[in-house]
Design a protein around this ligand. Sequence first.
Ligand code: ADP
Length: 423
Amino acid sequence: MSEQRETRTEVHPMAGVTAQRMAELAGPLGWGDSCRLLTLEEAVAALRSHDFFAELTEAELQEVARLAYECRWSADSPIIHEREEARNFCLLLDGLVALEKEVRLGPHSPARRAIVEYLKPGDMMGWSSLVPPYLYTQSGVAVHATRALCLDGQALRALMQRYPHIGYVVMNRVAEVIRSRLEHQSVMLLYFLSIVSHELRAPLAAVENYLQVMLSGYAGSLSEEQETMLERSVLRLTEMSDLISGVLDLARMHPEQIQQALETIDLQEVITEAVEDVQLRMKQKDLHLELDVPDPPPTLVAAHGRLRQVLSNLLSNAVKFSPPGSRVKLAVKPQANRVQIEVIDEGVGIPRDELDNIFVAFYRVRDTAETAGLGLGLSIVKRIVDAHRGRVWAESPYPPQGKGGSRFVVELPVNPLEVEESG
Ligand code: ADP
């Protein structure tokens, strides 16, 4: 990628951006292969071809057009640089731009560039020139020959101050773009994690199998100390497999899939399975489980495996955040057309202002940062419960006058298929 390419600057006379200002914006080496000022008519026409400015009046569009100039880059040319001063706000007219981010896997590893998104004609680049601290957050490289309509960010900021309606329209669109990029990048992150997790799963399962074989005595007898060490290893592996399953699950989970698995379930069986999932961990911490399930349990239409996952995640958190020797309670409370399942613990509790945040993917409460986890368990619970058209919430401290303890409540309709979409 040569940055020392020859730069040609054609200048067309018009008010607004001057040739000198354009040269300044384009930087000492010039920008791209060529930049040229546009006539007012050309600039207005180019701006109008973009729906970014669709809500501006003709007079407002003319004001913006005064700041516009056009630049071209050949394939492989760098356009903007991460962390450098953001001078230009551009709308792509032709071509393709790769947005890249510098990634460092450790303090000593070399920095690598990862492509996070591609921009096509109609997309915009350089919103950082409108938002403090006015530094580009990503680099942009032309993949093919690319042409863009560029606006002087500083001048556009001044214009937005002078004409608040222009400011409102532009910043609204910028916010939309930032939001969609953020969403896209979370999906990418999850996708990336799911690939890594998938690759880790098979070797982990193999190690776990070997340990289980050793534990069962088939590979020779074990001393008590060896047995304890192996048991601990299995527990750590289970924690790791849980993390991996969490990532894979969240990446793949779709409400329609869950809804297709709805059937009349045996709630008692689901509870027994979920309890089995955490039994070993409960034993290690000497926790006492209290079950309060009506006999017979209420009938429920649900996705068996997914409901097991909900209860197993809630129980697993209760175990994780409880002191040794304390009590965990799981209770089922039938109500008209609904069933409440609650999991109560006597653990560290959750700060009141964090009670809603904990259901967000990757969110973890600060105080519990040293406990294993990625912050995915509860977001998986929420997705599953949402797919059942139910509700889930947390209360802490529990009981309310206590110091710690939490109560998680899952409220499910007896039959999600009979619940109206809006309900
Ligand atoms: P993880 O447990 O993997 O961090 P979760 O999504 O299951 O992820 O939980 C998110 C956060 O909510 C946890 O990191 C913890 O701070 C808090 N939390 C969840 N359950 C409990 C609980 N029973 N007691 C105290 N804190 C909890």
